[in-house]
Write a protein that binds this ligand. Structure first.
Ligand code: GLU
Length: 497
């Protein structure tokens, strides 16, 4: 049975790179009928952030990536765990790690190290100065049993290190990078148990991947240099190592490593801006992978069918925000309107355009469909939609009267046309049914009959209704505003002139 895992550290938020790792691990497992697990790696107490676990699990759930095993959310949105290999939060597994560290010491693969931070700093400085590879010099490797006992009894601060064989090479056959070799002499005697009794990432990740029966470790390329240490640990324990796949780095458009500083990397920020999870998943899937065809729009289920590690690139993938906007626009445009309204409501509330929750009746939602349709083809995300729709909701538009006049028209003509238009729309003689289609047909006929110039009627009409030079069409806006509000805005406009 194929089993993959996503193993984030709860450092505060889910990074888009983390979302990609989770997605690829999910797709790989699902495609083969396997299991996708979520484990929390919180052994670095200094980097722990309150609420960090919830945040990551929620962001994953928002994107549609629910684990089959491990840490998940219950119906109330609280953290819960499921599966036979738990617990799945590393800080609650300390005794398991301790037992395994003791085993390595007993086998001669691990040793106590009492070196102070000052000594280690000094050592590093000296190595750097002499252009030597940096790493621990095994100062504590050959302490006598008695001395170790004595120092442990005296409660001297200490760590445990793994004893890497110094000859030979460690080979990795990575599913993406291919064969990679590491010279053992360059691999540091990594700390595996810290002075605070917590394991390091390296020990915990190996013990857990083994005990949780992970068959494929899919993770970012930044972990590639750690992998020989992990392979050595598997050997020391006498365990079979899983398969590894290291995903290409994510890059800024200038090809530097995608960092916090250069733009937004937290998935929750994209959610807050109104990117749809469907678009986010689709965009992220293409960061380093492609299906080998022209098809660009994929649902999560379609990705499961299509995904293949052999089509993951070796080299870095550029994180291009314009492409994300493009995906989002596609999904906004193709989504059915009632669904889109559901997604927009929180943004309209946040923008205080809908003030009273009780107002959101079914009838009101129907009206909102027309409102949202005004802008859906003109924006890249849902917060832009609510920004763009402000003009529909506010009582009094604030704009410069000069923009009411069409370029081939005059102030006088504009004033006259707006006045006439407001009069004919006030009565039901010409336009009886208040729909955009009927408005367009009847106002069109009226313009012809009166021998008016279409531009000098429709331009000011549109500006009067939207308060903007660029806006959706006049008939669509009039439809959602209704007869009364439309006439009111037209009247206000000619009075402005
Ligand atoms: N805890 C590591 C991280 O934060 C996981 C690396 C791995 O997948 O082995 O990314």
């Amino acid at each position: 049975m194929i089993k993959t895992r996503f193993a984030p550290s709860p450092t505060g938020f889910l990074h888009v790179g983390g979302l990609r790792t989770a997605l690829y691990a999910y797709l790989f497992a699902k495609k083969q009928g396997g299991v996708f697990a979520l484990r929390i790696e919180d052994t670095d107490k200094e980097r722990f952030v309150e609420g960090g676990i919830e945040n990551i699990v929620r962001s994953l759930a928002w994107a549609g990536l629910r684990p089959d095993e491990g840490v998940d959310l219950d119906k109330m949105g609280k953290i819960t765990q499921k599966g036979d290999c738990g617990p799945y939060i590393q800080s609650t597994r300390l005794d398991i790690y301790k037992k395994h560290v003791d085993e390595l010491i007993k086998k001669g693969h691990g040793y106590y190290c009492f070196c102070s931070k000052e000594r280690l700093d000094e050592l590093r400085k000296m190595q750097e100065l002499n252009k030597m590879p940096t790493g621990y010099d095994r100062h504590c490797c050959n302490l006598s049993k008695e001395e170790i006992e004595k120092r442990l009894k005296a409660n001297e601060p200490h760590v445990v290190r793994m004893k890497i064989p110094k000859e030979g090479i460690t080979k990795l056959n990575d599913l993406i990078k291919g064969e990679v070799e590491f010279k053992n002499e360059l691999i540091d005697d990594q700390v595996i148990l810290k002075a605070d009794g917590y394991p390091t990432y390296h020990l915990a990740v190996v013990v857990d991947d083994h005990l949780m029966k992970i068959t494929h470790v899919i993770r970012g390329e930044e972990w590639l240099s750690s992998t020989p240490k992990h392979i050595q640990l598997y050997k020391m324990f006498g365990w079979k190592a899983p398969e590894f796949a290291h995903l290409p780095l994510l890059l800024n458009p200038d090809k530097s490593k995608l960092s916090k500083r250069q733009g937004d990397v937290a998935v929750e920020n994209y959610k807050a801006k109104g990117y749809l999870p469907e678009a986010m998943i689709n965009f992220v899937a293409f960061l380093g992978w492609n299906p080998g065809t022209d098809k660009e729009l994929f649902t999560l289920d379609e990705l499961v069918k299509e995904f293949n590690l052999s089509r993951v690139n070796k080299s870095g993938a550029v994180f291009n925000l314009q492409k994300l906007d493009w995906y989002n626009e596609q999904y906004i445009r193709q989504m059915n309107l009632s669904e889109l309204v559901e997604r927009c409501v929180p943004f309209l509330i946040e923008a205080r355009l809908i003030k009273d929750y009780r107002k959101i009746t079914d009838e009101y939602k129907k009206w909102l469909e027309g409102v949202v349709a005004l802008e859906r083809g003109r924006v890249a995300n849902l917060s832009q939609i609510s920004e763009a729709l402000k003009f529909v909701f506010i009582d009094k538009l604030n704009y410069d009267a000069g923009i009411l006049v069409w370029k081939k028209s005059t102030k006088k003509e504009t004033e006259k046309n707006l006045k006439l238009l407001s009069e004919i729309l006030l009565s039901t003689k010409i336009v009886q049914i208040w729909t955009k289609e009927n408005l367009e047909a009847k106002i069109g006929e009226w313009i012809k009959e009166e021998e008016l110039s279409a531009g000098s009627v429709l331009w000011p009409m549109r500006v009067a209704l939207s308060g903007q030079e660029n806006s959706p069409g006049p008939f669509e806006i009039a439809e959602v505003l209704g007869r009364e509000k439309t006439v009111e805005r037209l009247t206000e406009a000619f009075k402005k002139l």
